[in-house]
Ligand binder design. Structure first.
Ligand code: DC
Length: 236
């Protein structure tokens, strides 16, 4: 493999369905290349958590105007956590990493992320974070809206049942009482919501390459990635 320290820094955009292992994949790539990894889903989750904590979402009903009113007071920052080998997300200085992954946040985040004002604020932050390149960013609209000029765009997908199982195992491992049926419903519902929303719906960029990892190990995905990465560098 070419010396990644000397190689020109590029932007790697990873989009795709929820629970495809995008973050795990993106994190591994970033560590391998010495790039910064940015989980943009965590940013939409952080806004959702803040909205839940501040009464803009009650009994699962999202008050969009109230969310927009709160936006000005939300400050999102990332701080590298060497134990996780990734950055933790902070909302107004408070660590939010654990709390943004609950099923309560997952159930409301699609609606919050469909609010145009939420998207424009977070997209601007993401563009600023990638200004100097050398980032691996994962999300839904990175290759289409945030960085349409990204040098390498990957669209990840996997069978919904496989994805639900993965998320279920993850949540159970941390002690959450959830059922597989509930998770599978949430995965399918978020696919539908992410693809059908009016602003920046999830879609594959024309120049993205597809990675279906339903039956691939993490190691196989890395081998696949390194081949694509070398191909992009060779073509420059
Ligand atoms: O990747 P995730 O499941 O943690 O993302 C949470 C939600 O945020 C997901 O339902 C869609 C939304 N999202 C988005 O609209 N745009 C992004 N760039 C990233 C996530």
């Amino acid at each position: 493999m070419s010396d990644t320290k000397k190689a020109p820094k590029i932007i790697i955009a990873i989009d795709g369905f929820s629970s495809c292992g995008k973050s795990t994949f993106a994190k591994a790539i970033a560590a391998r290349l010495g790039y910064i990894f940015i989980d943009t889903g965590a940013m939409y989750r952080a806004v959702t958590l803040y909205a839940l904590d501040h009464g803009a979402i009650r009994s699962g009903i999202v008050d969009e105007e109230a969310v927009v009113r709160l936006l000005g007071e939300i400050s999102i920052t990332f701080r590298f956590n060497p134990e996780r080998g990734a950055s933790d997300i902070y909302v107004n200085g408070d660590l939010a990493e654990g709390r943004i992954r609950t099923i309560e946040v997952s159930n409301c985040v699609s609606r919050v992320s469909a609010i145009p004002e939420v998207r424009s604020k977070l997209v601007a932050m993401q563009q600023e974070m990638g200004r100097r390149r050398g980032v691996v960013m994962d999300g839904r609209d990175i290759g289409t809206v945030v960085f349409p000029d990204a040098e390498l765009k990957i669209f990840m997908t996997a069978d919904p049942a496989v994805r639900a199982r993965r998320r279920y195992d993850e949540l159970r491992a941390r002690g959450d009482e959830v059922s597989l049926e509930e998770i599978e419903r949430n995965v399918r519902e978020r696919d539908r919501a992410d693809m059908s929303r009016a602003v920046s719906p999830l879609r594959q960029a024309e120049d993205a390459i597809v990675l279906d990892n339903s039956h691939m190990s993490v190691g196989e995905q890395m081998e696949w990635f390194l081949r694509e990465y070398e191909r992009v560098l060779a073509a420059r």
